[in-house]
Design a protein around this ligand. Structure first.
Ligand code: GLC
Length: 438
């Protein structure tokens, strides 16, 4: 990915960078309504609903072909006590997350919000309360931005699948979806993110997505919309893997904390705090956000392993949040023991596998001015020299090899971070010179 970006970088741009010109990734000048979001970098995704009663995830309805009439019985069993969203919001804040996204409705059709469109919703089933209202209030109370996930695909509605082949069904179903979207965008004050999902089985035209999006933006000025509603909208989403979008395009990776979106009692494949932090760093390095999912149980409690992971991530963020929040796309990636994030001319070295007393990085197009430990502010010694590049002078600009020296033999802590201030934006020439790779 990064090699490709580098290859595409014109010789002129490379020279400008080498000369210290202010070359900034276009993501920095993104539309202003995205500024808080690109600065945030880290959010909490919450998959919750009646599927938690079965505890085998949302797709279980489809996999087991549960008829809607039978699935509806879950509505009588889903009666979460008050207070869950408050606990999630506190956990998110503690973890260093800046926004939350809750599944207002997933593919199974159960609405966590009050709606006039169906009785398969929290207010009209056993729960008897508007869970979206409780969530919005809880997120705001912790100063977090509010996102709502909404699935257009709906397996519960009788026309939800039939609409592909039956015009009359489509004419009933599309207004049903539009009305639900209008409700979630009208009844809860300011909504910061609309996170569409499942535009299957229709396309943008059949959904009348342009008009709906126009209406949403008028109703919710400043709302940030993802690309899963049939339109490109504001940002791209990659699921379970980190795939930076093209230069200048805002993007987000969403990832589960174990292997499931919704609560699955038997899923104990928990990621480690290290792996979560690593994915967050790699997303930030590519100029993207990281939306980490939790799947609370039916009673809204968060499985203890998730809590432990988030608490540990929070401890790391309380020391190193400055290396994530406000970070910009980074053109440095070459090392097999250091990962990177960047803010302005400052490069953060996240040392993932401690190498011993010296960290060596190479092929920088500008020079290091100073270096310090992020946690303590103490200086880190370094030396740098111009590389003897066989391609010079044809390459046209000098490259520098830097050694950070006098480091401890063993890692001072898990994932320690060094900040190196460069003379201009730190950029690595990523062409392979030894392997003849292009
Ligand atoms: C997939 C799943 C959906 C889940 C989403 C999260 O689209 O179908 O259930 O909510 O991923 O990104």
């Amino acid at each position: 990915m990064f090699e490709t970006t580098s290859r595409l970088m014109s010789r002129r741009a490379a020279l400008a960078i080498a000369a210290g010109a202010a070359v900034r990734p276009p993501s920095v000048v993104a539309a202003s309504h995205l500024d808080w979001w690109t600065h945030a970098r880290f959010g909490m995704f919450i998959h919750w609903g009646v599927h938690t009663i079965i505890a085998r995830d949302i797709w279980n309805m489809e996999h087991e072909s549960i008829p809607p009439a039978e699935y509806k019985l879950l509505g009588a069993k889903f009666r979460p006590p008050v207070g869950g969203p408050r606990a999630w919001a506190k956990l998110a804040k503690q973890a260093g997350q800046k926004y939350m996204v809750l599944t207002a409705k997933n593919h199974d059709g159960y609405c966590l919000f009050d709606t006039k469109t169906t009785d398969f919703c929290a207010t009209k089933q056993a729960c008897g309360r508007d869970l979206v209202a409780e969530y919005v209030e809880a997120a705001r109370a912790e100063g977090l931005r509010v996102g709502l996930y909404f699935s257009m695909m709906d397996w519960y509605h009788p026309d939800g699948i039939r609409c592909v082949v039956d015009n009359a069904a489509r004419e009933r179903f599309v207004p049903y979806i539009h009305e639900q979207v209008r409700e979630i965008c009208s009844n809860y004050g300011k909504i910061d993110i609309l996170w569409w999902d499942g535009d299957w089985p229709l396309d943008a035209r059949a959904w009348d997505a342009e008009n709906l999006q126009k209406w949403i933006r008028e109703r919710q000025p400043g709302i940030i919309i993802n690309d899963r509603g049939g339109l490109k909208a504001d940002f791209s989403t990659s699921e379970q893997k980190i795939e930076p979008a093209g230069e200048g395009r805002p993007w987000e990776t969403c990832m589960t904390i174990n292997g499931s979106w919704g609560y699955v009692a038997a899923d104990d494949t928990w990621k480690t705090p290290r792996s979560v932090i690593g994915s967050m760093i790699t997303s930030a390095r590519g100029g993207g956000n990281f939306l980490l999912n939790i799947g609370p149980r039916a009673d809204a409690s968060v499985p203890e392993p998730s809590v432990r992971v988030l608490e540990e991530v929070g401890r790391w963020m309380s020391r190193y949040g400055e290396t994530i929040h406000g970070s910009e796309r980074c053109r440095v990636s070459r090392s097999n023991y250091v990962n990177f994030t960047r803010r302005g001319n400052k490069l953060f070295l996240h040392v993932t596998r401690w190498p011993g007393t010296v960290i060596t990085l190479a092929r920088f197009t500008s020079k290091v001015k100073s270096a310090r430990w992020v946690a303590t502010g103490k200086p880190v010694a370094f030396e740098q020299a111009r590389e003897d590049d066989p391609r010079e002078p044809s390459i046209g600009f000098p490259l520098y090899r830097v050694k950070f020296t006098g480091l401890p033999e063993t890692a001072p802590e898990v994932l320690p971070v060094i900040a190196a201030e460069f003379e201009s934006e730190p950029v690595q020439d990523l062409k392979f010179q030894r392997w003849g790779k292009k």
